[in-house]
Design a binder for this molecule. Structure first.
Ligand SMILES: Cc1ncc(COP(=O)(O)O)c(C=O)c1O
Length: 380
């Protein structure tokens, strides 16, 4: 029966991150710097709130968009932190992770033949959904611009078919983010055009030396903002994402969400409520630790004479391969075979990531130190 499977689904490839992870999983003694997941436990008060929710029988369907109280807390949270103004009754949807937010947004706004501009290299979670909508991902080359997608670059890729631009900043895999001025330039370029912005701001709480700014502060009418608790509160497994969009868009996204998952898990929603109220500042100690690690990793990589852009946020370095390696995959395979350190080949992040590798520093200092010693030996 396989020949009857939707060809758009058949064409979808398993994520390059997962592929590489599977390839090296059996090599004993390997230190992995591959995972994009915080290495802190979920804060205790959030776990307690979830336990209480179970005891109090919050075990039934919620409103499709999520508990109103949670949407109110989410709305207040993004207002306090980023000066974003969304009506909790109509403009906020609690999703099953930011991943579901990506899916339901694209399925709401794309039709076959549309084009979506993404910065390349980029997180691999967008392309399959775009393609399953019959649309085309168009990768804008940011490699000559310190991985920053600016209005000037975007302009070269806009066609009559462009329906959406993805702005995933701070970025996975590069860690860079855009300044308020750069975002404002993009807003001016796109304003009034039939183009949506999908602003994936899942790393917004992990920006080190500046304030996070959302493009929605300049262009709310055309923007869908995705955020969530996976990275800020170390809650990847709880599957809570937050989607913010003006009513004219959100009311349609809500239908796709409703027929997709009905609602996000009720217990996780109660945990999320604790995170967004009592836990508003939970990300700070984690961010401080990531910042310390960033400095350490940066100085080690610099002393190895590697070509790097210092990240502004998230917890990744995206590093150019040293001379002499034919591909990212070969470099990463040699590194894991010779020195038992796993990093992710750059081509997992679109073809524009070829020639690079991603190192995650969501690992303890001890692990980072050992892994960097091994990388140093390998390069020597
Ligand atoms: C840029 C980006 N967006 C979305 C996601 C998915 O987040 P969630 O776990 O909330 O589905 C990730 C996860 O790594 C990510 O890096």
């Amino acid at each position: 029966m396989e020949h009857l499977v939707n060809p758009l689904v058949k064409d979808v490839q398993i994520s390059g991150i997962r592929k590489f992870y599977n390839m090296v999983a059996d090599i004993e003694g390997t230190i992995s710097l591959t995972i994009g997941q915080p290495d802190f436990p979920t804060p205790m008060h959030i776990k307690e709130a979830a336990k209480q929710a179970i005891d109090q029988d919050h075990t039934v369907y919620t409103h499709n968009a999520g508990y109103l109280e949670l949407r109110e807390a989410a709305s207040e949270y993004v207002w306090d932190k980023y000066k974003l103004s969304y009506d909790p009754a109509n403009e906020v949807i609690v999703t099953s992770g930011a991943s579901e937010g990506i899916d339901i947004t694209f399925r709401t706004i794309l039709t076959p033949g549309n084009e979506v501009i993404l910065p390349g290299p980029v997180y691999p979670g967008y392309e399959p959904i775009i393609k399953m909508c019959g649309a085309t991902p168009v990768y804008a080359d940011t490699t000559q611009n310190g991985f920053r997608l600016t209005a000037d670059i975007i302009e070269k890729y806009i066609t009559d078919q462009t329906r959406c631009i993805v702005l995933p900043y701070p970025s996975n895999p590069t860690g860079v983010t855009l300044s308020a001025d750069e975002l404002q330039d993009i807003a001016e370029l796109v304003r009034g055009k039939d183009i949506f912005i999908l602003a994936d701001e899942i790393y917004s709480e992990l920006v080190f030396d500046q304030e996070h700014v959302s493009i929605a502060t300049f262009l709310k009418e055309q923007t869908i903002v995705l955020n969530g608790l996976s990275k800020s509160h170390s809650m990847t497994g709880w599957r809570i994402g937050l989607l913010f969009a003006p009513l004219a868009i959100s009311k349609h996204i809500l239908k796709v969400h409703q027929y997709n998952v009905t609602c996000a898990a009720s217990i996780s929603q109660k945990a999320a409520l604790a995170a967004l109220t009592a836990g508003k500042e939970d990300a700070i100690p984690m961010k401080e630790e990531y910042a310390r690690r960033r400095e350490y990793v940066y100085s080690r990589l610099q002393s190895m004479k590697l070509d790097i852009v210092k990240p502004d946020g998230a917890f990744y370095f995206f590093i150019k391969l040293p001379e002499g390696y034919p591909s990212s995959l070969e470099f990463c395979l040699s590194l894991v075979k010779q020195e038992k350190v796993a990093v992710v080949p750059g081509d997992a992040f679109s073809p524009l990531g070829e020639g690079y590798f991603r190192l995650s520093y969501a690992y303890s200092m001890d692990t980072l130190e050992k892994a960097l010693d091994r990388i140093e030996t390998f390069l020597a």
